[in-house]
Ligand binder design. Structure first.
Ligand code: G6P
Length: 609
């Protein structure tokens, strides 16, 4: 949430800052701003709305400078207004951008007001600006002043600071929110994620919890949380610029839906190469898996639904008990810890605060067997976990997760089968069957993508609906949940999902001819039960939109529309059925004219509570 970029260079940094903010816009997009130092002044441009509006204003004002910071905001403290947009300035001398939430901002605000500081925004960030300024007056050293100021903050932050009094220095610090330094030749950069600096450099240093860094054109100094000088490893990013471009597509979500055959085969490739072996999850995995007698999955949003599918797989395939819980709930409950449970956190970004805090909480309860399933190398959650499986989805920019979800399913399926090998539940013929299922999946997904014209025509019928119901059973119930989430988050149509067996315990009361009911109905063991549930809907006038596979043997009839995915793909059927529900949501959103990649009020990366 919120994106930060900064640069110090012999050249004008404004184009890089603006370009970087456009790349970071998926993190938050209600307002944007940049501040540069030039002619002994702080020049600042801020605008409510998208980065492009701020860019136009910066061009009109001919903004230039050799050092600057920029920010794209997802409002937490204070409404979406220009005074609340970052950068914030203290005493016309110092500018700051911030990602995160300062929990003790009110106490600090009172203290700083008493010291004579005037506040012009409702943000918690302005507190940091004045606090750093206050200590800068005492130290005359921006690095030291920032170190002292952040010691007095509680909460989560990534910040970047510049000052007129030290115009050759960019300071940054982080706790709980991601921040990296990009290393150039005679110039250096900072950013919330590598996409923002990739056009300038691939060499990056990921700051660690509590780090504060002083960045000049030719040097970098980093101190850790206790102020000791540290050296952090330099990574060479393998994120491709092409993966951050739209190419021939209209939206990143559309692009990412269509990238799934490749994302899946890239992720599956590592499994096919290694087989269902613990090493896939890290060097230590053999030892860890040997101790595991249960699995506890923690995640948020779409990742939580991936975990919900996995619960069916883990129990059915490995025989180990498996629970799945929303991370924001788990972290605040008096959970009973089983130290032999494998804690599995799932996070596309690897930086979702609630998931990170749930992991920390699990560790505090004595859990030592931890695995992260993540799509972003070197992000915080995998770094805090003993084992990691990186999905190979490539950069996911659309706020609504698609290819990250289906590749997470591959990771989780692989985990279930690998654990089954350990528990002795995996028969050789099943192992062969699972390998074959993985091998054929990308091709089946490609076939499912070809259903797009039919799904688009369904979506046209959804655009004037206010509500929709999704039904599924067993391992496809979480796919119904995911379908409903997708539809509501990008088309703003209210959608709910139920296990079809629950229909008559409440939701059936909502069904009439105005209620479209989407059913996930592949040919699995529960198909006949689902068919009975569908009769219950039809008897009440509800219109059915059924995603079946070729083996389900459904025929269209009045009020019953059927789209058939390819032949039943067995145990991996939930992955295949994720595709049509993604396309349905995408096309319904297009019909409604919403901003598909940046739905209102949401953000891709949720680094606040
Ligand atoms: C946000 C995103 C969702 C995502 C969820 C969890 O809500 O909009 O698409 O599923 O965060 O994110 P994570 O990065 O932890 O998977």
């Amino acid at each position: 949430m919120c994106g930060i970029v900064g640069a110090i260079s012999p050249n004008n940094v404004v184009p890089l800052l603006v370009e970087g903010l456009k790349r970071l816009e998926y993190r938050g997009y209600d307002s944007a701003g940049v501040a540069v130092l030039a002619d002994d002044h702080i020049h600042r441009v801020r605008r409510v709305g998208r980065v492009v509006e701020m860019e136009n204003a910066a061009i009109a004002e001919k903004l230039t400078g050799n050092i600057g910071i920029g920010h794209t905001r997802w409002a937490t403290h204070g409404g979406v207004t220009e005074p609340n947009a970052h950068p914030h300035v203290s005493e016309d001398e110092l500018a700051i951008v911030h990602n995160g939430i300062i929990e003790n901002h009110e106490a600090q605000r009172q203290r700083l007001k008493a010291l004579g500081y005037k506040f012009t925004s409702q943000t918690d960030t302005e507190v940091i600006a004045h606090l750093v300024h206050h200590y800068f007056k005492q130290h005359a050293d921006l690095f030291k002043a920032t170190q002292q100021a952040v010691r007095e903050l509680t909460g989560a932050y990534a910040i970047a600071v510049i000052s007129l009094k030290q115009p050759d220095t960019l300071i940054c610090a982080r706790v709980g929110c991601p921040l990296l330094i990009g290393l150039g030749e005679g110039e250096n950069f900072i950013a919330s994620d590598v996409s923002a600096v990739l056009s300038a450099t691939r060499r990056v240093i990921f700051l660690e919890e509590g780090d504060v860094a002083e960045i000049k054109r030719d040097s970098i100094q980093i101190v850790d949380a206790i102020g000791a000088a540290v050296t952090r490893k330099v990574h060479v990013s393998d994120v491709s610029l092409a993966s951050l471009e739209l190419g021939p597509y209209n939206h990143f979500m559309q692009k990412e839906i269509h990238e799934q055959p490749k994302a899946l085969s890239d992720t599956i490739e590592q499994v096919l190469d290694a087989g269902f072996r613990p090493e896939l999850f890290g060097e230590d995995a053999e030892d860890v898996f040997a101790k595991v007698n249960a699995v506890q999955i923690l995640a948020c949003g779409t990742s939580f639904y991936a975990g919900s599918v996995a619960r069916y797989w883990v129990e059915a395939i490995s025989g180990l008990p498996c629970s799945v819980e929303v991370a924001s709930e788990y972290r605040y409950r008096d959970a009973v810890a089983n130290p032999n449970a494998l804690i599995v956190t799932i996070s596309q970004s690897g930086e979702t605060l609630d998931t990170m805090e749930a992991l920390k909480y699990a560790k505090s309860l004595g859990h030592d067997l931890t695995l992260s399933i993540c799509n972003v190398q070197e992000s915080a959650i995998p770094r805090a976990s003993r084992l990691v499986f990186y999905t190979r989805a490539g950069a996911e920019i659309g706020v609504a997760s698609t290819k990250a979800f289906t590749t997470q399913l591959i990771a989780l399926f692989t985990l279930a089968v690998t654990l089954a090998k350990r528990t002795g539940r995996l028969k050789v013929e099943k192992e062969v069957e699972y390998i074959e299922a993985l091998r054929h999946l990308p091709g089946s997904v490609q076939h499912a993508l070809n259903l797009e014209p039919q799904i688009k025509s369904w979506a046209e019928r959804f655009s004037n609906k206010e509500h929709a119901l999704f039904l599924g059973r067993g391992v496809h119930y979480p796919i119904a949940l995911e379908g409903a989430l997708k539809l509501k988050e990008i088309s703003y149509i209210h959608a709910e999902a139920y296990p079809a067996g629950e229909l008559k315990h409440g939701p059936l009361a909502l069904v009439d001819e105005k209620m479209p009911v989407v059913v996930i109905a592949p040919n699995d063991a529960l198909l006949e039960k689902v068919k009975s549930n569908m009769q219950e809907v039809r008897a009440r006038g509800g219109e059915l939109f059924v995603f079946a596979d070729l083996d389900s043997h459904f025929s269209e009839s009045d009020g019953v529309h059927v789209i058939r995915t390819p032949r039943h793909v067995g145990v991996l059927s939930p992955v295949l059925h994720a595709i049509p529900v993604q396309m349905l949501a995408y096309h319904a959103a297009l019909q409604k004219g919403t901003d598909v990649d940046k739905p209102r009020n949401l953000a891709k990366s949720v680094t606040v509570e």
